[in-house]
Design a protein around this ligand. Structure first.
Ligand code: FE2
Length: 400
């Protein structure tokens, strides 16, 4: 076995009510005046307001930045950075979904090193250091509370900007299921399938390692039964606990093992057509798995076993198991009501015209190189075409 390195946030708070301890955990990092980056919808809820109140109770001075609504942008990052500098904060807390957490990460880095964010685009381009950082997840999905990534839309270039660095890994990660109760159904579907995709891609990634394998399969075991239950009944506490823990495990797994082709293709789709990140993954997931499994059939069979779709892992030949996994992924997407691309409002003609450029952007992100089956630009164009015009039948047919 080759040597591996593995990292996770220094403090990880989980379970119902965990977020109420975030202030004390931030105090322990040395922070005294924090910028809370959040969104107005989240802050309208009692649970999030209670979290903010406990920050003051813990002795922290609090400056609010509550303008994150929708996908994060370079403009929002600039505004949050300016707010951090103007207030003179010495710590940053992201309270929300992936958008708020990613803007918080950027503000903590820029407050230390200066802007613009674009100079840090890519892998490992941030110098050491940033303000102390806590991320409190209010959706069970992105796992951003435990990752080394931030992704924001660069409006000027019509694409997603990925900053990948351990400086994005928070000091304090909070996955509190009590905060996920009031997430709208469509957002819960998108977030949940994003978490599932993180676990799947961490497990099949060429950069997977023993520690990430265990976390990824555990995440799949939790997420697959819980996700349809949360979508059907957001008050199902046990299912929300499973989703919260599963999303966190998946986040730690892919922070160390990386994501792969689904994410590589989803980013250009999201950037060009304004599709929520999780939904962009969801509409690509079956077709990409159907195309990828022949390069690592045993890995895809393991995923099916963790999903509960294959009775006994050892008794199922790898190829047959991998095909069952693809079929199970299609069923999971149907069970939680993932729409088609047309159903998401993506116009067929504009999509077809964008395919070559999306293929180039996907390759440039680097994520496809982590996939067990590594695509060329031609492959990416075919996969984009099949994902829209072939439907789920194409994924199942590909898996045969
Ligand atoms: Fe993701």
């Amino acid at each position: 076995m080759p040597p591996f390195a593995f990292r996770a946030p220094a403090r990880i708070l989980t379970g119902s009510g965990a977020a109420l301890e975030a202030g004390a955990a931030m105090q322990a990092t040395g922070a005294r005046h924090v910028l809370v980056v959040s969104d107005p919808f989240i802050l309208a809820g009692h649970a999030a307001r209670a979290v903010v109140a406990t920050l003051a109770d813990a002795g922290l001075q609090v400056t609010m930045f509550d303008r994150v609504d929708g996908e994060p942008t370079v403009r929002l990052v600039d505004e949050a950075y300016a707010a951090a500098v103007q207030a003179g904060v010495d710590g940053v807390i992201g309270l929300g979904g992936g958008s708020a957490m990613d803007v918080a990460k950027a503000a903590a880095i820029l407050a230390k090193h200066g802007g613009p964010l674009a100079r840090f685009e890519g892998a490992d381009r941030v110098p050491p250091g940033r303000l102390p950082l806590a991320c409190i997840a209010t959706t069970a999905g992105t796992g951003s509370e435990a990752t080394r990534y931030l992704i924001v839309t660069d409006e000027a270039r019509d694409r997603k900007m990925l900053v990948s660095t351990w400086e994005c890994l928070p000091d304090v990660a909070v996955a509190d299921p009590a905060l996920t109760r009031y997430v709208p159904t469509r957002a819960a579907v998108a977030a949940g399938i994003d978490a599932f995709t993180h676990a799947l891609e961490a497990y099949v990634s060429r950069r997977a390692q023993p520690l990430t394998d265990g976390l990824a399969l555990n995440a799949i075991r939790r997420i697959v039964p819980a996700l349809p239950r949360v979508v059907a009944d957001p008050s199902d506490d046990l299912a929300r606990e499973a989703m919260s823990m599963g999303a966190l495990e998946a986040g730690i797994a892919f922070a160390n093992a990386s994501v792969a082709l689904v994410h590589g293709m989803a980013r250009p789709l999201g950037a060009r057509f304004g599709i929520a990140h999780g939904m962009a993954n969801a509409v690509l997931l079956p077709i990409v798995c159907g195309w990828s499994w022949p390069a690592a059939p045993a890995r895809y069979r393991d995923i099916g076993a963790a999903m509960g779709a294959i009775a006994t892992q050892g008794d199922t030949p790898a190829d047959a198991g991998a095909r069952n996994t693809v079929a199970a992924i299609v069923r999971l997407c149907e069970a939680i009501g993932v729409p088609t691309m047309a159903g998401l409002g993506i116009p067929a003609d504009a999509y077809a015209a964008a395919i070559p450029a999306m293929a180039i952007d996907a390759l440039a992100s680097g994520s496809p190189a982590n996939n067990p089956r590594v695509p060329l630009a031609d492959d990416l164009e075919r996969l984009y075409r099949a994902a829209y015009f072939g439907g789920t039948e194409a994924a199942v047919a590909m898996a045969r």
